[in-house]
Design a protein around this ligand. Structure first.
Ligand code: NDP
Length: 449
């Protein structure tokens, strides 16, 4: 990396976490941007600042036993990683997906520290979840699982301690069951202990839309700074969950044409533009598969995922990976560039491999990095906490305006840091540097802890 201290820390991370490839990948992505900053601060090494930054303050792993509809006891593994609380209570979502393991939890928790710093709101970085698979489970099974998960998690969270929210597989239904169990065990109405709550019991308007809308606000600013806009652009979006759906909605509002969306089985290509009402009905109401879209649009085609997602083979101006990590590898990146892509907006966390990121940057493709571009969700979660503390609520427009201001400010921070370090339009480095400087300053102020 051209700096001995950075090399030493990365080597240690690789050695100590050799079984955690996603975590090592996330650390590499951040550290490889920091040479110029670390060169200026030889004192970081004496303070072991980076060594402390890459080690979670606390990592909790626990048993989650629950009873399925047949009366059989099932056991899953739950996690909460409280990575860095220097800027505020730990904050980050819960993911329920069979792929969840310690490596995924730590990469997400690590990313979250930087993302939360960029929001400029008082929140530290954390993440949690379980290898539980909600797909195909009945409502009762979901409730029993959530209750059992909270039986342990409640010991470790609190409105001023650690505030979980949703992520893959955890939406308003799961947050409701988790909140109910927390309230029952603690006998307290602590609205600010979880975010993403239902609107009838302390949730915030515009939280559901926030990550997807925020991604497009960031994209709008990035395109504007480079002399263009979303108007008339062709867009492809991986995923068809919370982030993907609201990114699609806002992109369409700005005059873009979204021609493809996907899920883990495959993607649909709709040359006349995606009918978002149909996607919402399939995914939000029926909990169906993206393939069902063919019943709504006779001009659409379906392509199954075999070895890699086919969505990245479709020609477009803008690609928005909004599904999961490592969705765009180098093969997909080359295909996208070959097809004339001009910008990538990362809605999901770490959706692009490091090799693919470097390739996009080398080809002068504009890349809106996840920790900046998808920060709208956590920012609005922090606004939900503010409303809970005030025992008041803001209107949809009030929250949405604040979200827009926050995302614009995040873009400006990324741009300013990139310019300051002569990195042109490398917003990946800009985001890492802007966030890191804030965290490092607070860590220095709070001493060796
Ligand atoms: P959802 O569970 O609502 O949707 C996830 C979507 O991604 C689904 O379409 C799902 O398809 C697809 N997907 C999940 N895993 C895979 C996989 N292994 N391969 C292919 N497709 C997959 O989650 P969200 O929309 O909330 O989250 C999407 C991404 O955005 C995640 O990376 C999350 O961490 C990130 N994020 C979310 C925020 C939020 O506020 N929700 C905030 C910031 C980041 P299928 O149904 O087939 O599984």
């Amino acid at each position: 990396m051209g700096n001995a201290y950075l090399d030493k820390v990365l080597n240690e991370v690789e050695k100590k976490n050799s079984q955690e490839p996603e975590f090592v990948q996330a650390v590499y992505e951040v550290l490889s941007s920091l040479k110029a900053v670390v060169d200026k601060h030889p004192d970081y090494e004496k303070m072991a600042l980076l060594e402390r930054l890459v080690e979670p303050e606390r990592l909790i792993s626990f048993r989650v036993p629950w009873i399925d509809d047949k009366g059989q006891v099932q056991v899953n593994r739950g996690y909460r990683v409280q990575f860095n609380g220097v800027l505020g209570p730990y904050k980050g979502g819960l993911r329920f997906h069979p792929s969840v393991n310690q490596s995924i939890m730590k990469f997400l928790g690590f990313e979250q520290i930087f993302k939360n710093a960029l929001t400029c709101l008082p929140i530290g970085g954390g993440k949690g979840g379980s290898d539980f698979d909600p797909k195909g489970k009945s409502d009762d099974e979901i409730m029993r699982f959530c209750q059992s998960f909270m039986n342990e998690l409640q010991r470790h969270i609190g409105a001023d301690v650690d505030v979980p929210a949703g992520d893959i597989g955890v939406g308003a239904r799961e947050i409701g069951y988790l909140f109910g169990q927390y309230r029952k065990i603690k006998n307290i109405y602590e609205a600010g202990v979880l975010t993403g709550k239902g609107l009838d019991y302390g949730g915030s308007l515009a939280r559901k839309e926030a990550t997807g809308f925020g991604l497009i606000y960031f994209m709008r600013e990035m395109l504007k700074a480079n002399g263009t806009s979303l108007q008339g652009k062709t867009v492809i979006i991986s995923g068809s969950g919370n982030v993907a759906i609201y990114a699609c909605q806002k992109a369409q509002e700005y005059g873009a044409k979204v021609v493809a969306m996907s899920d883990s089985n495959g993607c649909v290509y709709a040359p006349n533009g995606i009918n978002l009402d149909a996607i919402k009905e399939i995914k939000e109401e029926k909990r169906g598969r993206i393939k069902d879209y063919l019943n709504y649009d006779s001009t659409a085609e379906y392509m199954e995922t075999v070895d890699r997602p086919r969505i990245w083979d479709i020609k477009a101006d803008i690609a928005l990976p909004c599904a999961t990590q490592n969705d765009i590898d180098i093969v997909s990146a080359k295909k996208l560039v070959e097809n004339g892509i001009m910008a990538i907006g990362e809605g999901a966390n770490m959706p692009t491999t490091n090799e693919a990121i470097q390739y996009f940057l080398s080809q002068n493709i504009l890349l809106a990095p996840a920790k900046a571009a998808n920060a709208g969700g956590v920012a609005t979660s922090a606004l939900e906490m503010s409303q809970n503390s005030m025992r008041f609520f803001w209107t949809f427009d009030e929250v949405n305006e604040k979200l827009d201001r926050i995302m614009t400010n995040i873009f400006n921070q990324c741009q300013k840091a990139a310019q300051e370090y002569n990195m042109g339009t490398n917003y990946v480095a800009g985001a890492n540097i802007a966030a890191f400087r804030k965290i490092a300053k607070a860590m220095r102020s709070q001493g060796v802890i």
